[in-house]
Design a protein around this ligand. Sequence first.
Ligand code: FES
Ligand code: FES
Length: 182
Amino acid sequence: MQVTMTVNDVEVTREIEGRLLLVHFLRDVLALTGTHWGCDTSNCGTCVVLLDGEPVKSCTVLAAMAGGHAVRTVEGLAKGAELDPIQQGFMQCHGLQCGFCTPGMMMTARALLNTNPDPTEAEIREAISGQICRCTGYATIVRSVRWAAVHEAAAAARVTETTESAEAGEIADAGQPAGSVA
Ligand code: FES
Ligand code: FES
């Protein structure tokens, strides 16, 4: 059968078997190997991607079911060369060691901040409770997500400030036509 979906903003169409799981479609058909496969029982969460913005375990979704939908993987998290605040947070706070759980962890964290930009430690722990990390003990992961929340909020405030001062500047300019002599 043929399936068409958008993956990281690019439309892809491929001939697949109906039984193919989304995690294998991403890894084996599209060579997007950032999404990992760590269990056979839907527990580990290392396969999490965003499906229309919602975190899903891609080992529990048939590729055919993603047809007509938008998938975002860890490879689509950064904007060009600029890392997503979540990625920066994991780097700054040492939220990873072997890195195997990291793509799924970061996609879930991204989804959390999209709906709750200022989560508490308890809310972060609840959000990532569907994902297993064998290396970090989770404390640095929680810190990484908090880092991202704080820095994302600060960046948003800077943009608002700049926009406001630009608008204020425009209003001031409007009162003084260009070239006029005071
Ligand atoms: S591979 Fe373990 S939950 Fe998907
Ligand atoms: S960093 Fe190794 S499993 Fe999480």
